[in-house]
Write a new protein. Structure first.
Lengths: 366, 279, 258
């Protein structure tokens, strides 16, 4: 696969050219201290303003965004189909699939791995046509991380720091201020073919020498190896750890909704007021921390307590889904859930505590 | 308008189903017969997602035995907004239907075996889809003992069917209520666990099938285990509130298992180790 | 036949009715669905009976309670329209004070003394207790918020006509705030009641750059102890915290912490 070197101005110009043909998204500043993947409009000015404390606001330098980029593939709210009356007293159901060509830049390796996992989830079993249609028409440009995004990051511990699979183009900042541009797929090749970047050889060495400057350790580290942490989560059912970490929980679902590998949803119907008999169904992101998530008709709730819900969330990330998909941890260590939680409940701490408890000699679960 | 795409959205898109008739069976339940555009081709124990476009959708167990008719029968309890609205629909109205979903029962498992079926309340609706084929072919499936319990006589579903099955030589039917509530009643009074100790069973050649309210399973399984029945001989039909039916939305998850896909029918040894299965 | 709907107001600013009049772009479509038979903000007619009554405002005087009972008797279905009707809104703050003290604060010493001597003088705020509608009559559905959300009102109308009700999930505002992709209010240094407040507003205030003050009422089962601690950690005094809760949820917080 071809590789190039490009300076940041050339990359900016190139992305702006893409925005003339596709919807281009990259991380932009939002609010006072956050980033969001936002559409680069054709005529909108480049908004690459920096936060004072984070030199990571350029699209090809990764930034932690509140909502993960995977939500461009599985929107928080998404139309599934529309319906209208047919001539026979029934309905005509019209699926709503979105084949818009999109390009997402500034994806961090942790989020890239999350997209890879969501690709697997949505392709497995009964494929999800809505997701897969969007995915098939989306180009991913990922950026190597040479610094942890923030104090919550634990991507190295979660095994996703060096993830590259799924990216069409992979960028790595070089010591001289240039960016190494590696095309990883034919789509990436095609995209870069007329970019005017300088060809470069030995990309592997260039990437590795850049990565050699990463701080050691990179972000937070578990007290035990990841496999042991995952085994502890898998093996623990009754434990005071679950209760300890929900004392302050609001069951507000924030941890679910910002997670790049949460994909549960609820469905909603709507009727058009302008067109009698017409309407639509959409789905919206849902979360297993929300009190009513596992409630059945008649009111029985299979996970009635916050502790039971927390256990389910953590087990899904570190035990259930990894077992089903054999792709390692579904917690990619992005740190969003801990960062966004107003009362600092952090899956990192929960997992660490579970590992410590299972190491302790008196750990006799079940 | 429809964009070209290489992926099939059909599993999430309903089809039209026209109500042939809807009749009240208890104070809260109505029995629906729906005409379909094509045969459902279902197995006993499977479910459909039934919708009123613009209102909502809910998982409903299929209540009729497998067949190739373009019809399906469902018992719908009014317990939420959608099901209340469904109750107001009449013959000729059209509803949306997706499915069938879930694994259902494999009738081959029941060949040459005796079967004890324990149904609590609305649990009889899905189990009827199994009872019908078992009762229809005695030489293939063996003896059927049906224990059907409900709260009061007025809550009993399928009374005519229960009486008709009881007339068959290879079917025993035990009907119970928790409380006669001063209503006429020709069955027994008690919980569905009560008859289990006295059943005349050839345990090694018997299977048990359970469906009912969440509280019922544990106690019935204990009573069956006391008779020497192994987990591999017990099938449970579990209730969850599915949203998608295709193992994605997460609502029906029992520990790592998606009830809509791996269930709702489980051989009990498959879920005995799942702490969330029964409570 | 189109359902007949009617609007009434008790003690309120009538802002919820204005929020509904704000549907003017689709008002003709609404009139295809329902017949509005009583609506002081828009019509002069009154009606003896109606299918759905939307009642805005809280109940302060016995004569208001009587009027509400009469509305209840004339409709099949009664909806509380907005925070005043649902939980007493800001008015219910006064319930924390003795009626006499309340009177003194609002109308001053002269008026206060006059109520002691003049049996015909009884201004509005000399009531004994602010009540939400549900403390007087059975309420079939609540449209929460100050003011109500026009979209939620439309959903209710559409569903009701289809023979159903909208599902109101017992969820915190945080759910809709995250779905909208907002930056958390705590992230930019302010404090927020979103984690303990009923959702349904699509986090409109936070999306608009403000915070949630809890106008939709306290979420059932809200972890108030943790929320109080969170607000304390963000620098609010106990008195400030009480004030924040009392703004819109005076009745409910008093009940939840009783």
């Amino acid at each position: 696969m071809t590789s190039f070197l490009a300076n940041e101005q050339a990359l900016e110009d190139w992305l702006r050219r893409q925005a003339e043909r596709h919807e281009v998204y990259w991380p932009q500043r939002m609010g006072k201290a956050s980033y969001a993947f936002q559409r680069l409009r054709r005529r909108s000015p480049l908004r690459l303003d920096r936060l004072d404390d984070a030199p990571a606001s350029k699209p090809f330098r990764a930034s932690a965004c509140v909502v993960p980029p995977g939500r461009l593939l599985a929107p928080m709210q998404e139309l599934l189909y529309r319906f209208e009356p047919d001539d026979d007293g029934g309905y005509r159901f019209i699926p709503c699939l979105d084949p818009t060509e999109r390009l997402i830049a500034g994806i961090r390796p942790c989020d890239l791995k999350a997209i890879h996992l969501m690709d697997a989830v949505n392709a497995e079993g009964v494929p999800d046509a809505h997701y897969l249609t969007r995915r098939a028409h989306t180009t991913l440009i990922a950026s190597n991380c040479l610094q942890p995004c923030d104090a919550h990051c634990f991507c190295e511990a979660a095994g996703s720091l060096d993830w590259r699979e799924g990216a069409d183009v992979f960028l790595t900042p070089q010591a001289d201020g240039q960016q190494l541009v590696e095309c990883l797929t034919p789509r990436g090749e095609a995209l870069c073919a007329d970019a005017g970047f300088s060809p470069c050889d030995a990309p592997e060495e260039r990437r590795q020498s850049a990565e050699a400057h990463r701080p050691q350790p990179f972000g937070r580290q578990f007290d035990a190896p990841l496999v042991k942490v995952m085994a502890a989560v898998d093996e623990t059912w009754d434990s005071p750890v679950w209760d300890k970490h929900v004392e302050r929980c609001f069951s507000c679902g924030t941890c679910n909704l910002v997670c790049p590998t949460c994909y549960c949803f609820d469905m909603r119907d709507d009727l058009d007021i302008e067109h009698p008999g017409c309407g639509s169904r959409s789905r919206c992101a849902d979360g297993c921390m929300l009190p009513e998530f596992a409630e059945v008709a008649g009111g029985h709730n299979f996970r009635a307590t916050p502790a039971a819900r927390q256990r389910h969330r953590v087990k899904r990330k570190l035990a259930y889904l990894p077992t089903q998909f054999a792709d390692g941890s579904f917690c990619v260590g992005c740190g969003r859930c801990g960062h966004q939680c107003t009362v600092d409940i952090d899956i990192f701490d929960i997992a660490n505590d579970l590992a410590a408890a299972s190491e302790a000699p008196h750990a006799a679960d079940d | 308008m429809q964009p070209m795409t290489e992926f099939d959205p059909a599993p999430l898109i309903p089809r039209n189903a026209r109500i042939l008739d809807s009749r009240r069976v208890t104070a809260k339940e109505r029995h629906f017969r729906l005409a379909l555009e094509a045969p459902l081709g279902h197995r006993p124990g499977q479910f459909v997602m039934l919708s009123l476009p613009g209102v909502g959708e809910a998982p409903i167990s299929i209540s009729c035995g497998p067949g190739d008719e373009r019809e399906v029968e469902l018992v719908i309890r009014a317990c939420g907004s959608l099901t209340h609205a469904l109750h107001q629909r009449q013959a000729g109205d059209v509803v949306g239907l997706r499915g069938p979903f879930g694994n259902g029962f494999d009738l081959q498992d029941f060949e040459q075996r005796d079967t004890v079926i324990v149904a609590g309340g609305l649990g009889l609706a899905p189990l009827r889809s199994l009872i019908e084929p078992l009762a229809a072919r005695p030489r293939r499936y063996g003896h059927v003992t049906l224990i059907s319990g409900c709260r009061t006589p007025a809550d009993e579903l399928y009374r005519d069917k229960l009486r008709a099955w009881a007339q068959l030589p290879h079917v025993d039917v035990i009907r119970l209520v928790n409380d006669t509530a001063h209503q006429p009643w020709d069955g027994e009074v008690g919980l569905v666990t009560a008859p289990i100790p006295r059943l005349d069973l050839e345990i090694p050649n018997t299977l048990a099938v359970l469906c009912g309210p969440p509280v019922m399973y544990k106690f019935v399984i204990m009573a069956l285990a006391a008779r020497g029945m192994q987990n591999e001989q017990i099938y449970v039909d579990l209730e969850r509130r599915m949203r998608c039916g295709i193992g994605k939305c997460g609502h029906c998850q029992i520990n790592q298992v998606y009830c809509c896909r791996s269930g709702p029918v489980f051989r009990f040894d498959e879920v005995a180790t799942l702490p969330e299965a029964l409570t | 036949m189109k359902p007949k709907i009617a609007f009434f107001d008790m003690a309120s600013c009538e802002g919820c009715q204005l929020a509904i009049l704000d549907c003017e772009d689709i008002f003709l479509h609404i009139l295809d669905l329902v017949e509005i038979v009583e609506f002081r903000e828009a019509l002069s007619e009154t009606a003896p009976r109606f299918d759905i009554a939307f009642v805005e405002g809280s109940i302060h005087r016995e004569m208001d309670a009587e009027r509400l009972r009469s509305i209840r008797a004339r409709c099949d279905w009664l909806v509380s329209l907005g925070a005043c009707a649902y939980n007493g809104n800001v008015q219910a703050r006064s319930n924390a004070l003795a009626p006499g003290e309340n009177m003194l604060r609002v109308y001053g010493p002269e008026a206060y003394h006059r109520t002691q001597t003049d049996p015909h003088y009884w201004p509005l705020w000399a009531h004994s207790r602010v009540r939400p509608l549900s403390q007087v009559v059975a309420v079939d559905y609540h449209l929460r918020g100050c003011p109500v959300d026009r979209e939620e009102f439309l959903q209710l109308l559409k569903r009701r006509i289809a023979g159903a009700l909208p599902r109101v999930a017992a969820q915190a505002v945080c759910v809709e705030c995250k779905r909208a992709g907002n930056e958390c209010v705590f992230e930019h240094g302010d404090t927020c009641l979103g984690p303990v407040t009923w959702a349904g507003c699509n986090a409109v205030c936070i999306g608009g750059g403000y915070r949630c003050d809890g106008c939709r009422g306290l979420l059932p089962g809200a972890n108030l102890a943790a929320h109080r601690e969170l607000l304390r950690e963000h620098g609010l005094s106990e008195a400030e915290i009480d004030n924040r809760y009392r703004l819109f949820c005076a009745e409910e917080v008093a009940e939840a912490t009783a």
